[in-house]
Design a protein around this ligand. Structure first.
Ligand SMILES: *Cc1c(COP(=O)(O)O)cnc(C)c1O
Length: 361
């Protein structure tokens, strides 16, 4: 008998990343993974290059400099920050530390896929809670909590829907979660929402709310794998005990530190995104492709059928544009389109205009 993996592992449907290549062409515009079309800050690139001088040396284990920079820019306590190889690793650490066989991990109907994957990997049972109009439903989440619940994951704004729940609802959710479980607010897109703290205000020193963030989205550093979490002292202490001592590379730490300190660049990226996101949503709406108001750097374009999604996706591909099909998120009639630069947005709108015109004749 060959050896079997731990229970739950073989029930995982492996994560499907956004496509990055098209056969037969080199000129591809990738709008399938919510990357920053402008890439990282020039200062982050310079820091990355400088890190190439010391490739033989292990990186910092305590990430003190990056945590200090994050603390300064975000107004948080560095002692309560933990860094990971992407926020995906922080999500996995939370599941490994707090969930396991016989426990439940709540995620929402169209929530980010890594919650379910990491819950199963830890041996826990993922519990899917219905959303309302593609938006997290606070009452449904609270009603799903049982004695076995250990973690509740909510991405706010959520990927792939782009929707979010606002301050009052988020606070109501946090207040309703019992002490025996942790509420994890994933703020991967928080920087795109003016005036939003990603949920940081709900994270107290001795409570049960954790926030996760990433350098992969607005900071344009997806290739380097850097993310972080902010939590109560007791949670950060537990996570640090299972964290690999050198889980973030020196190049990643250096580039991330430079990136978060370049607040001017972050602001410029947020403004450009808002401008072209609203333009693209309006342009698509006017040709019969609606989308919910998005708070992220993408829109979820809704078509009349899954067949129309195939037609639209094929036409975009033929013309060198990769977007994301989200059938795996129970959204077979939608395409998630990352907000590219002006040229990309205009081209996507015009290509989808061709699709809609053809389908109506
Ligand atoms: C992209 C994304 C992440 C993962 O980011 P990494 O830091 O690259 O691991 C986490 N949560 C959501 C909702 C995302 O969309």
């Amino acid at each position: 008998m060959p050896i079997d993996p731990q229970p739950g592992i073989m029930s995982i449907a492996a994560y499907v990343p956004g496509a990055s290549k098209l056969s037969g062409t080199n000129s591809v515009t990738k709008l399938s993974s919510n990357e920053n079309p402008a890439g990282p800050s020039a200062q982050a690139i310079a820091a990355f290059r400088a890190a190439s001088d010391t490739l033989g040396v292990y990186p910092s284990s305590d990430h003190a400099e990056l945590r200090a920079a994050i603390g300064r820019v975000e107004g948080l306590e560095p002692e309560r920050i933990i860094c990971g190889a992407g926020s995906d690793e922080v999500i996995a650490m939370l599941c490994n530390a707090y969930a396991g066989p016989g426990t439940e991990v709540i995620h929402t109907e169209h929530g980010f896929a890594m919650y379910e994957i990491s819950a199963r990997a830890a041996g826990a049972t993922p519990i899917e809670v219905p959303e309302r109009e593609r938006t997290a439903d606070v009452d449904a989440i609270l009603a799903a909590i049982t004695d076995a619940t250990r973690l509740i994951f909510i991405a706010n704004p959520n990927n792939p829907t782009g929707t979010m729940i606002l301050g009052e609802d988020l606070a109501r959710l946090a207040a309703g979660v019992p002490e025996t479980c942790l509420l994890v607010i994933d703020g991967a897109y928080a920087e795109y929402v003016p005036g939003y703290d990603g949920g940081a205000g709900l994270v107290t020193a001795d409570g049960n709310v954790v926030m996760t963030r990433t350098f992969s989205k607005i900071h344009g550093l997806g290739s380097l794998r850097v993310g972080w979490g902010y939590g109560p002292v007791h949670v950060i202490d537990a996570l640090n005990r299972i964290r690999g001592p050198f889980n973030v590379s020196a190049a990643g730490l250096a580039a991330a530190e430079a990136a978060i300190l370049d607040t001017e660049y972050t602001r410029a990226c947020r403004d450009a995104n808002a401008r072209w996101r609203d333009w693209l949503a309006g342009a698509l709406d006017s040709i019969g492709i609606p989308s919910d108001p998005s708070y992220g750097n993408f829109i979820l374009a809704r078509f009349t059928s899954a067949a129309m999604v195939e037609v639209a996706d094929a036409h975009l591909k033929q013309n060198g544009f990769l977007v994301r099909k989200v059938g795996g998120y129970k959204l077979p009639e939608a395409l998630r389109i990352t907000i590219g630069d002006e040229i990309a947005c205009r081209r996507v709108a015009s290509l989808l205009g061709e699709v809609m015109k053809r389908s109506s004749t």
